[in-house]
Ligand binder design. Structure first.
Ligand code: CO
Ligand code: CO
Length: 370
């Protein structure tokens, strides 16, 4: 749980950012941003639960009645306006808009705000330019403080151990979903709050789909199997990918994997303080291109990780953000051959004064499992 004083500090930082970019207010929905600022979180839903932070004035939460006690307990740093089922929260939005009328500047909306919740806000501020909350939140959330890194480290350790557990039994004959559920159960059993995202287990030709999930296909001898999974501790995510084989596979698979592993190591070596994020992407891409796999690498090299499993900094061409200590992101090169197979290797790293430190350490060689 976030302490009331930490929450206050973060809310003050938001107000300073609003001042700096001359915005009137920012509205958050149930999101990682709300959790970061107040300590309160839940799945987003159709009921309006919003946090309004004005440039001048106190932050207010608009809260459905059934959440009132919970918000008081978990987000004590905010004023509340409570509405009941059967009432229309649009009138509260109108009241808040009226109070903010004298404040000039744009209205920022949470990037993940449901349209059904964003529209009343946009309509209540006619003629105002609307922007995205990421304009101020990226800067605040991108460098992790030690408490956040602790959570991410624990999530990484649990993830490593869950992989060992899942691979301690033969994978041949199990379905992708069975293996996925084993990984998830093993993470929860070791103290994770929950999974960070739906576990991906892609076997055989399914491994050629970079974002396949997991299905009823049974893993058989000769398959490549990609497992991409993670958990949460204190709200913070882990994210790992390991590729294994069920028994022996072709030289083609081994060759592709060796190059991906080299791209991963090279990218990690480049991930140092002061280096633009895009240089890490270029480093991985260069290794793959030189080995003739340039066209088979169809996604960015990585993404930031924190309270969201995908967040800034993105490790991609065009991102000139300089890496700084405390930034956490994935390095996950992969190659995919449609209808045949794919391989990927992923770890989340934290930038430190001494280079990029991985949060997961499961063996990185291509393992053959029965
Ligand atoms: Co992943
Ligand atoms: Co990832």
């Amino acid at each position: 749980m976030l302490s009331p004083s930490a929450s206050q500090q973060r809310l003050v930082a938001v107000r300073r950012s609003l001042e700096r970019i001359d915005a009137a207010a920012v509205v958050f929905g149930l999101s990682a941003n709300m959790r970061y600022l107040t300590g309160f979180s839940d799945e987003p839903g159709e009921r309006m639960l919003a946090l309004v932070v004005p440039r001048d004035g106190e932050p207010t939460m608009i809260v459905p009645e059934l959440y009132a006690d919970q918000v008081r307990a978990f987000a004590p740093a905010c004023n509340m306006r409570v509405w009941g089922d059967g009432e229309d929260p649009t009138s509260i939005v109108g009241d808040v808009a009226q109070e903010l009328e004298a404040q000039t500047g744009r209205l920022l909306l949470d990037n993940t705000l449901w349209t059904a919740i964003a529209l009343p806000w946009e309509r209540a501020f006619p003629g105002r330019d609307v922007g995205l909350a990421s304009e101020i939140m990226t800067e605040l959330r991108m460098r992790k403080i030690p408490e956040e890194i602790d959570c991410m480290q624990r999530a990484g350790e649990i993830t490593d151990r869950a992989l060992e557990d899942a691979l301690s039994r033969p994978i041949g004959g199990r379905t992708e979903l069975e293996l996925a559920r084993h990984l998830e159960w093993a993470m929860l059993d070791r103290g994770a709050d929950g999974v960070a995202f739906e576990t991906l287990v892609a076997s055989g030709s399914n491994s050629a789909f970079p974002h396949y999930r997991a299905g009823q296909r049974r893993i058989e001898s000769g398959d490549v199997v990609i497992m991409d999974f993670g958990c949460r501790v204190g709200g913070y995510c882990s994210d790992i990918t390991r590729t294994v084989t069920c028994g022996e596979v072709s030289a083609e698979v081994n060759d592709a994997y060796d190059v991906v592993r080299e791209a991963h190591a090279t990218a990690r070596d480049h991930a140092e303080r002061g280096v633009p994020a895009q240089e890490v992407d270029r480093a991985a891409r260069r290794v793959l291109a030189e080995a003739g796999y340039g066209d088979a690498f169809c996604h960015r090299t990585g993404h930031g990780v924190g309270l969201d499993v995908h967040e800034p900094p993105y490790i991609v061409e065009g991102n000139s953000t300089n890496l700084e200590p405390g930034m956490a992101f994935s390095i996950e090169p992969g190659v995919y051959f449609s209808g045949s197979f794919g391989v990927r290797l992923e770890d989340v790293v934290i930038v430190t004064e001494g280079g990029a430190k991985p949060l997961t350490e499961a063996p990185r060689e291509l393992r053959a499992v029965e």
